[in-house]
Design a protein around this ligand. Structure first.
Ligand code: GLU
Length: 443
């Protein structure tokens, strides 16, 4: 932590700095990587910023700003979601695009990394306004996206309907060819894949289950009886909350952007009741027979597993010392800062990192892309089986690498590096490095 800067402050949470720090830590494990190659693997290939004038429902015109960043295309076309959120910035989108490069490399998908976003507050926009923003954004991106160049998908506050508008806009601009693979996360009727909408949450549970079975948490080798707190009740948190009890885990607390609920007397929450309350009241807070807690309280609950599945930068130098979970599973992208990583590692708390834990979404996106190219649709069992095999394989490689770190790592490198995040990044970067050596630098 830089001297004089407040823990958990803007400096610590800056997305590009986080990704740079994670990269620097991992790249020390790659021998003889020359500085030019370090920059090539670290920096985005291309960034696009677009001003989007949009006519609102009441007739006035508002300007929105949209971004698309292609971070790296060594392994294939760019792949990554589009988010709609007030905090979207070129900085954030660039950092998230880098995470996508590493995520795809780690799970061995034939994609590079990309990300997009529009700075807007979707909670204040009508569906029609969201449609106009999407269409204008995609039209202005033009041939900067395409089935073999850069393939968008859903992310925060975008969904299958948004992807249908992306497809429709692109298809109208490129008639006469199969454009379905230009975007993934589409509705089922429009070339979407079975299992895509729950794939990220399912991947979280699969990676967690595998990591436990490999002994990352001494004394807990499976989900049966594990006590879990989940931050976030969106696509990821909601699905994880449904799948975990099926495997014997107890979800003791869950939250959304307004706050959380904790089961009375240390019991499990009734997830059907939580879902019904959220549907009626717009929040989980206030569910009868539960105790209302803040999001900060949730992060500090005594439990076995903590799943931050909401925003980035949630666990930082200001609150990491209060975490009582034994393992953190990053359902969201970049919820734990590098400073918090150090504090947690010193305290013996492991973090199953985003590029592994939430890779299920992009994995099933890849299956959707393949099905679209093949004009084919795979059964759900097939998707589940393939997802499990791929996540298991990536988790096995990460844990093996982690176990291979030298015991004196902290002293020799001057930094803590006995963590699963560094192991995951090294695994991803080794693959990228191998491919850059095989391909050579153009020309
Ligand atoms: N937005 C998701 C992620 O961060 C999925 C991206 C995709 O499916 O391409 O991994």
């Amino acid at each position: 932590m830089a001297a004089g800067l407040p823990p958990g402050g803007a400096w610590e949470l800056a997305p590009v700095r986080i990704v740079r720090a994670q990269f620097a830590r991992a790249s020390r494990h790659l021998d003889h990587l020359e500085p030019g190659l370090v920059d090539y693997l670290r920096l985005p290939l291309r960034t696009i910023t677009i001003n989007l004038p949009v006519e609102m429902d009441d007739g006035h015109v508002e300007n929105f700003v949209g971004y698309r960043v292609l971070h790296n295309s060594l392994l294939g076309p760019g792949k990554g979601g589009i988010r709609f959120h007030p905090e979207v910035s070129l900085e954030e989108v660039s950092a998230l695009a880098a995470l996508m490069t590493w995520k795809c490399a780690l799970v061995r998908l034939p994609f590079g990394g990309a990300k997009g976003g529009v700075t807007c507050d979707p909670k204040q926009l009508s569906r029609r306004e969201q449609r106009r923003i999407t269409r204008r954004f995609i039209a202005d991106l033009g041939d900067n996206i395409g089935p073999y160049t850069d393939i968008p998908a859903p992310d925060m506050y975008t969904d299958a309907q948004t992807m249908a508008w992306v497809y429709d806009t692109y298809d109208n601009m490129h008639p006469g060819t199969n454009n379905l693979p230009v975007v993934t996360g589409k509705p089922l009727e429009l070339g979407g894949s079975k299992g895509r909408n729950e794939a990220t949450g399912r991947g979280v549970v699969l990676a967690l289950e595998r990591a436990l079975s490999l002994g990352v948490l001494p004394g807990l080798d499976g989900l049966d009886g594990a006590r879990v707190a989940i931050q976030g009740f969106g696509e990821v948190g909601r699905v994880a909350a449904r799948l975990l009890p099926e495997r014997g885990a107890q979800v003791i607390a869950i939250s959304d952007s307004r706050g959380g609920v904790l089961a009375e007397d240390g019991d499990s929450l009734d997830l059907d009741a939580v879902t019904a309350h959220k549907a009626d009241m717009g929040t989980v807070v206030g569910l009868p027979e539960t105790r209302s807690i803040t999001n900060d309280d949730l992060l500090a609950l005594p439990c076995d597993l903590l799943i931050p599945a909401a925003l980035g930068g949630q666990i930082h130098a200001g609150n990491a010392a209060g975490v009582q979970a034994r393992l953190i599973v990053e359902g969201a992208n970049r919820p734990v800062t590098p400073e918090a990583d150090d504090i947690l590692t010193r305290r013996g708390i492991q973090v199953l990192p985003d590029i592994l834990a939430n890779a299920g979404g992009v994995t099933v996106s890849y299956y959707e892309w393949v099905q679209n190219i093949e004009h084919h649709s795979w059964p759900l069992d097939d998707i589940h089986g393939r997802l499990r095999a791929r996540i298991n394989d990536a988790t096995d490689r990460v844990v093996a690498r982690w176990r291979g770190f030298p015991a004196d790592c902290p002293e020799s490198s001057g930094e803590l590096c006995t963590d699963l995040r560094t192991a995951s990044l090294v695994e991803a970067l080794q693959r990228l490095r191998l491919v850059v050596e095989q391909r050579g630098i153009w020309p």
